[in-house]
Write a protein that binds this ligand. Structure first.
Ligand code: PLP
Length: 446
């Protein structure tokens, strides 16, 4: 038996497990440390009562033969597909039908599994920095080529994101087959405007590319001018698959449920140029390799589409957003260059003078007892950046920001002029005047 050698080509360690093991090491050698986790990429607030109630009822259904549910439809139960089509799309003026929606056990599985339905030879385009799953799952499927000395893969097109382009990928000058786009973006927290997304749709139309639009964080968009779905853009149904998740929207990271939209209009071709509906291929793939998300969890997800469920989503997201906004403002006041933190739980912070993200991570950990995620883990262009998240409590978020801002720098370290403002504690004191939570409560109407 020969193994899939693509697995051994992949660098050993996965970013988040490296962070976790470094934190474990730190805790072991500093048992009394009051560590604040600002690297959390997981939700922390509990599930809404209406979801819990619906799941309890679904469990009860399983206890009698009249209401018992065995294998469900591989595509998901109609009750959930219809609720999604209606509330997430049709009521927002987007024509997506329940048949275009495939319920999953979360976005991550589908991001990897979609690779089954496009050619092994497809050239992939990814933003650098980006969510590591896009690259690693493409490499596992043999679409990476060779790992080069700079840590990049020879067959993958990296769309570089830097402060100069606002950390948003620009359309490439050449055509690629499959492009992963993420908005709101993990890790940078940046979002595409309608015009930017329109450019991407037009690019895909010109080049006959497929866009895989990861909108796992769409629920964090509060600005009505920022698209939550790529299908808000005309023509997108012919070029894009949209991936969504209840994980961050509604605290389902442990329950596992999401969905993928493959519109009937979306087609690909074989080598002879014959057209095929991607929805049909995906349906075939799911019917063969997936047996559906659990009935209990789908009933829980259905409850999110009641008015009670929608209110609960807004409330929890509002808390994460207010934390993110606070981090953004605190870091800006302390003199850092900052991206994201609006319409997103992620804040992307540039640390002037330091380009080694892991050193930065160690330093913030040892001097402030705050954990972050090193930007380099998301790609070469993440060097010198850290990702902070709004998933901790408001109290811890404030405490962590104050601690980071107190880190002492001096010029012998070669850190330059920029650092003077970091030591200005007065600036951080002024943060108490930031009525971030009030602004948001108002914006969300809660
Ligand atoms: N896409 C992005 C951009 C993410 O950040 C994550 C999780 O962190 C996922 C997808 C996966 O989400 P899920 O829990 O639905 O698998």
């Amino acid at each position: 038996m020969y193994i899939n050698e693509n697995f051994i080509k992949l660098p050993q360690s996965y970013l988040f497990s490296t962070v976790a093991s470094k934190l474990k090491e730190y805790r072991e050698s500093n048992p009394s440390a009051d560590l604040i986790r600002m690297d959390i990429g997981d939700v922390t607030l509990p599930i809404a009562p209406c979801v819990i109630e619906a799941m309890h009822k679904a469990i009860d259904d399983m206890s009698s033969s009249e209401t018992f549910h065995g294998y469900g439809p591989e595509q998901g139960y109609p009750f959930l597909r219809e609720a999604i089509a209606k509330v997430d799309y049709q009521e927002r003026g987007i024509e997506i039908s329940a048949d275009d929606i495939f319920i999953s056990d979360g976005a991550k599985s589908d991001l990897g599994n979609l690779g089954n339905i496009y050619s092994k030879k497809s050239v992939i385009g990814v933003a650098d920095p980006g969510y590591p799953v896009y690259i690693d799952s493409s490499v596992m499927d043999g679409r990476g080529g060779e790992l080069l000395s700079d840590g990049r893969w020879s067959r993958i097109l990296y769309m570089e994101c830097k402060p100069e382009n606002g950390f948003k990928p620009a359309v490439p000058s050449r055509g690629v087959d499959v492009i992963f786009l993420c908005s709101p973006c993990n890790p940078t927290g940046t979002v595409f405007t309608r015009d930017e997304l329109k450019e991407w749709v037009e690019y895909a139309q010109r080049n006959r590319s497929l866009i895989i639009f990861d909108s796992a964080y769409e629920a964090f968009v509060t600005d009505p001018d920022i698209p939550r779905s790529i299908y808000e853009i005309e023509g997108a149904k012919e070029v894009a698959i949209e991936i969504r998740s209840f994980s961050k929207t509604a605290g389902f990271t442990g329950l596992r449920c999401g969905y993928t939209v493959v519109p009937s209009e979306l087609k690909g071709t074989d080598r002879e140029g014959n057209e095929f509906q991607l929805r049909q291929l995906w349906n075939r793939r799911q019917s063969t390799k997936f047996n559906g998300a659990s009935y209990v969890v789908q009933r829980g997800a259905e409850a999110l589409y009641t008015s009670e469920g929608q209110e609960a989503i807004k409330k929890n997201i509002g808390i994460y957003l207010s934390n993110a906004r606070y981090i953004r403002k605190a870091m800006e006041k302390a003199g850092f260059e900052v991206f994201g933190g609006e319409n997103s739980p992620y804040v992307w912070v540039k640390w002037p003078g330091e380009t080694d993200s892991w050193k930065l991570f160690e330093r913030i950990l040892s001097e402030a007892e705050v954990s972050s995620t090193p930007g380099i883990g998301f790609g070469e262009c993440g060097a010198g950046f850290i990702r902070l998240t709004g998933f901790n409590s408001p109290e811890n978020t404030r405490k962590a920001m104050e601690r980071i801002s107190r880190i002492k720098f001096n010029e012998e370290e070669g850190l330059g002029e920029d650092f003077k403002s970091l030591n200005d504690i007065k600036a951080i004191r002024a943060l108490d005047d930031l009525d971030v939570l009030d602004d948001l409560t108002h914006a969300l109407g809660i």
